[in-house]
Structures are given as structure tokens and as C-alpha cells.
Write a protein that binds this ligand. Structure first.
Ligand code: VG1
Ligand code: CO
Length: 542
């Protein structure tokens, strides 16, 4: 039976960079999930009888939320739900399933790289029919609706058995529990030269893939070990755990330090890789060489034609604004456009749909292409394996050859996490106020050439998104960017992105923090980060 339940609005149900993210305890409040899901359904139209894809990264509260979403989808009039077995679907796999089965959209339960477990974070994200994150027009409508919601509709049917593949019903709606890996693995097989990668592993190529006890374990085992012949044990932390083993499922130099240390050691495998909570991020490390995500995007763009799915070449590249300019240099050489978008994958959707871009990337360990409408961790790993299988060089050699040909964009990001929100707002506000006065000033010997607050004009739908990050450009081509995170759940996180281009190959081997030392000092001192936030140093450097 379908019931209508009276409710009152919750404050702050505003989706951020990637969906609504809050502490688990916030989501556990009675009616909290229901209000948000009803606000979402109320913001959509014409989905009667249509298909909805549902899945999550397996974190604490995933199964409970999924049962609620299924009951509400039945009450709202969806005709069919496709849900991953065990409630599991990585973000890129959900995008793949939405597209392949021509679903109306999908609901992904994840807080991505944020901590899990009862004290950690939870999240809900809506993806539209192209498989990509809902654009801001949709997320704004959800937030507006959440402020006035007075009731929601829900079936009182018993829980669906999420562990049994196959069909059941909730009210008039069909529930199909699907294998979470199958469609995705099949798609990967169409994009990459699996035979060449199999040969690579057969010749003794070694790798460690750290799934960080998050969602990619089953995908990586099926594809790398079972299909491509990587030896058993290549995938570590391959079991998705509700609390990710108590770790941050965030593949970066801080949270995947074990992997980094291994790759820098004497017994390093040829390749190291890791993915995040929901499987859309990737970190790639060669033996003795850490690859920045910005360089990874550029080198993938330059070599994509080596993979069968991209052999005709790429139409364009898109990168988020804070991502380094390395990809721009590849685009220039290829004679294609490199689009610069605000942070967050949702801004790539229009460019991909319109065929303007083929590969996209963000400095935050996100890389992907037009095969789905999300960034895709395992895709990036397979792309690198394909490149390595064809070129038969070490990753370090490929990277240094690339720098020699294009120059190197030295790049680092400094994060100040969980700082006081008012202090962070004040800091960015002050920078905005000073923008007009900065050009022409000389700081630490560097002259400011231009300073602005990034605004994006979407070339496809004409929408304008403002206030996306304060940028300070120096006359030597260096750049500092400041922005506040839209994915955190406690206080504010200030991100500072620092970049300098170096054409001279003799200087490409120098340590990044050393090359950027003068800019790092300017970045810290200009808005007085220590004074305003009480932090002498960032707590995450990538
Ligand atoms: C961060 C990254 C951004 C990424 C987003 C979602 O956002 O900077 O590039 O798209 O996370 O990634 P923010 O607003 O905190 O800087 V994921 O893997 O958490 O879905
Ligand atoms: Co993620």
C-alpha cells in the first residue's frame, strides 16, 4: 500500500559539488532521506513507468537508504528499478547502466572519498538520463522544493532482497537486482585492447591496485585479475567495507601513502593504482614516479589513439579550471580545443553530449571520457595499461618524454581542511575585494598580471556559472587559485592550487614543492592564511 506521510522541511538539503553530503547521523534522522528523495521526484517530470537505476558505494547506511529509495520510487510511479546486487554500483558503473538501459536517471548513494562508518559521511546524488550528474538547474530546484516540502509518498512493502539477482515487485514497479560489474566490464572490453594488456601481464608486468576497501574491489578483481590475467593478489583491500576499514577512501599521497611508499621502494611493482569510495577517482604511480592527475590527463589525451575505442583521435579535451594547463599544450599540438570548466563533473556533461570533448579531467584524481558521464577510476587505470602495453616503456619514461616534448607544468594543491567556515568565507571574500587592485603589484619578485573570479559560460546551453574560484596570474605564466570545497561536511575546506610552467627539460627532475616554493609562500601570505585560519600549514598536500 502507498502511504502519504506528513513531514516538515530540513534546513540545508542543498546538493554541493557532487550531491547532498552530510554526516551519517544527519541522514539517520526520521524523514531526512524521504524529504530529499521526494524533493527530487517533485523536481522531475514525465517519469511514469520509466526506469530508475539505484546503487551505492557500500558504505554504512547504504542498504537502508536504498530500501527507502525503492519504496519511494514505487510510490512515485517508476515502472522499473535496476539496483546493483548488495546495493553496490560504482559511480561510473551506475552511469554506464543508466546509458545502456536507457533509464530515466539514477540515484547514487555515496559520499565518495569522505570517511564512512556510523561516525562518517553519507550522500545522495541524482544522475540524469545521459548518465551524468544533474546540472545545477536540477539541483537548485531540488533545494528549493526541500524548503517547502510538507508530505512524501512511500510504499509500505517489505524490504527487497538485495542479495538475490533477478526480478521482484514493489507495488506495480519491477525491481531487477543486477550484477553490478557485468555491464561495466563489457564496456571496458570495447574501449581497450584487452589482448595487448593480457600480453603485458603475461610477460611479467606487475601491478598493485588498492581498492581502499571501497567499491572498486569487485570491478578490479573481475577485470584485472580474472579477465586480464594480472596475478592473484594484484588487487588489495578488494572487499567493500561499510567503514572502508576505518580509512579515508581517498587515493592521494596522504591517504594512499602505503601504496606510494611501495612504489618508491626497491621492491616496487611496475605500476601502482588506487581508487576512491565510489570508484570515480584514480591515482596512478609508476615505479619511482608519482604522476599528477593533471599530467595524467595530458598524457592520456596525447596517447588515447593507442586504445581501440579512441583510435580515430579525440575531438576535444575538457579540464576543470584548477587543473593544470598541461592538457592545453596537448590540445594545441593536436589542433583541438581544451575547454575550461568549473570544478565538478556535471560541467563536462554538455561538452561530452555535444561531441565537443572526448576526454576530461580534474586535478582531484578524476579522469574520464565520453564512454560514460562520470569520471572513472578503473577506466584511467585501463587506459594507462593500454598505453603501457602498446609502448612497452616504463611509466616514468613515458612521462619524462612527454615533459621533454611539451614542457612540464609543476603543480601542487594545498588543502586546509575543516577550518572555521566564517574565517574561510572572510578570506575568500577579502581576496575578491582585492582583485581589482592586484594587477601590476609585485609580490616576492613576481608581478601580478591578471586576477579574477572564474566564471563559466557553457558553450552548449549558454548558462553562466559565476564565483568559481579566485585566480591570480603572474607575468611568468605562474598561477595561484583559491576556492572553497563543496564536498566537505564539517567546517570549510580551503583549497589552494599552485602551478608553474617549466620548458627546460634539465629542470624537470626537481622536486615540485621546491620549484614552487616562492609561489607557495605568496599563496600563504597574500590572504594571510595563518592569521585568518589559525593554520600554519596545509593538512593535505597533493
Ligand atoms: C572535490 C574535487 C572536485 C570533484 C569533487 C567530487 O570537490 O575538488 O574536483 O569533482 O570533489 O569528487 P570540492 O568541491 O570538494 O573541491 V568525488 O570523487 O568526491 O565525487
Ligand atoms: Co568519488
Amino acid at each position: 500500500m502507498i502511504r502519504t506521510v506528513a513531514t516538515t522541511p530540513f534546513e540545508g538539503q542543498k546538493p554541493g559539488t557532487s550531491g547532498l553530503r552530510k554526516k551519517v547521523k544527519v541522514f539517520q534522522q526520521p524523514h531526512y532521506v524521504e524529504n530529499f528523495v521526494q524533493a527530487l521526484f517533485d523536481s522531475l517530470s514525465d517519469f511514469e513507468g520509466e526506469t530508475l537505476v539505484i546503487g551505492g558505494d557500500g558504505r554504512f547506511y547504504n542498504r537502508e537508504a536504498i530500501q527507502t529509495v525503492i519504496r519511494m520510487a514505487a510510490a512515485a510511479g517508476f515502472g522499473r528499478v535496476l539496483v546493483g546486487k548488495g546495493g553496490i554500483l560504482s559511480t561510473p558503473a551506475a552511469s554506464c547502466v543508466i546509458r545502456k538501459h536507457e533509464a530515466f536517471g539514477g540515484i547514487i548513494l555515496s559520499a565518495s572519498h569522505n570517511m564512512g562508518g556510523p561516525e562518517g559521511d553519507f550522500g545522495i546524488k541524482y544522475n540524469i538520463g545521459n548518465g551524468g550528474p544533474a546540472p545545477e538547474s536540477v539541483t537548485d530546484a531540488i533545494f528549493e522544493r526541500s524548503k517547502t516540502i510538507a508530505e512524501y509518498s512511500i510504499s509500505d512493502a517489505p524490504d527487497v532482497d538485495l542479495d538475490a539477482l533477478g526480478l521482484t515487485r514493489v507495488e506495480d514497479m519491477v525491481v531487477d537486482v543486477i550484477d553490478p560489474v557485468e555491464d561495466y566490464a563489457e564496456l571496458m572490453g570495447t574501449l581497450f585492447d584487452f589482448d595487448a594488456i593480457r600480453d603485458l601481464f603475461a610477460t611479467g608486468f606487475t601491478m598493485r591496485f588498492d581498492a581502499m576497501s571501497a567499491v572498486t574491489g569487485p570491478y578490479a578483481r573481475a577485470i584485472l585479475e580474472e579477465t586480464l590475467g594480472a596475478k592473484g593478489g594484484t588487487v588489495v583491500h578488494g572487499e567493500p567495507l561499510p567503514d572502508f576499514g576505518g580509512h579515508h577512501p581517498d587515493p592521494n599521497l596522504v591517504h594512499a601513502k602505503d601504496l606510494y611508499d611501495l612504489l618508491m621502494s626497491d621492491h616496487a611493482p611496475d605500476l601502482g593504482a588506487a581508487s576512491d569510495g565510489d570508484g570515480d577517482r584514480n591515482m596512478i604511480i609508476g615505479r619511482g614516479l608519482y604522476l599528477t592527475p593533471s599530467d595524467s590527463l595530458a598524457i592520456i589525451a596525447a596517447n588515447a589513439h593507442l586504445a581501440p575505442g579512441y583510435k580515430a583521435g579525440i575531438a576535444g579535451i575538457a579540464r576543470s579550471m584548477p587543473t593544470s594547463g598541461a592538457a592545453d599544450r596537448v590540445a594545441a599540438k593536436l589542433g583541438i580545443t581544451c575547454y575550461e570548466t568549473p570544478t565538478g563533473w556535471k560541467f563536462f556533461g554538455n561538452l561530452l553530449d555535444a561531441g565537443l570533448a572526448t576526454v576530461c579531467g580534474e586535478e582531484s584524481f578524476g579522469t574520464g571520457s565520453n564512454h560514460v558521464r562520470e569520471k572513472d577510476g578503473l577506466w584511467a587505470v585501463l587506459m594507462w595499461l593500454n598505453i603501457l602495453a602498446v609502448r612497452r616503456q616504463s611509466l616514468a619514461d613515458i612521462v619524462s618524454e612527454h615533459w621533454a616534448a611539451y614542457g612540464r607544468n609543476f603543480y601542487t594543491r594545498h588543502d586546509y581542511e575543516e577550518v572555521d567556515a566564517a574565517a574561510a568565507d572572510g578570506l575568500v571574500g577579502e581576496l575578491r575585494r582585492r582583485l581589482d587592485g592586484l594587477p601590476g603589484t609585485v609580490i616576492n619578485g613576481l608581478t601580478v598580471e591578471k586576477a579574477d573570479d572564474f566564471a563559466y559560460h557553457d558553450p552548449v546551453d549558454g548558462s553562466v556559472t559565476t564565483r568559481q574560484g579566485v585566480r591570480i596570474f603572474f607575468s611568468d605564466g605562474s598561477r595561484i587559485v583559491y576556492r572553497l570545497s563543496g564536498t566537505g561536511t564539517a567546517g570549510a575546506t580551503l583549497r589552494v592550487y599552485i602551478e608553474r610552467f617549466e620548458p627546460d627539460a634539465d629542470r624537470h627532475g626537481i622536486d615540485t614543492q621546491e620549484v614552487l616554493a616562492d609561489l607557495i609562500e605568496i599563496a600563504r601570505a597574500l590572504p594571510d592564511i595563518p592569521g585568518r585560519t589559525g593554520r600554519a600549514a596545509p593538512n593535505v598536500i597533493t
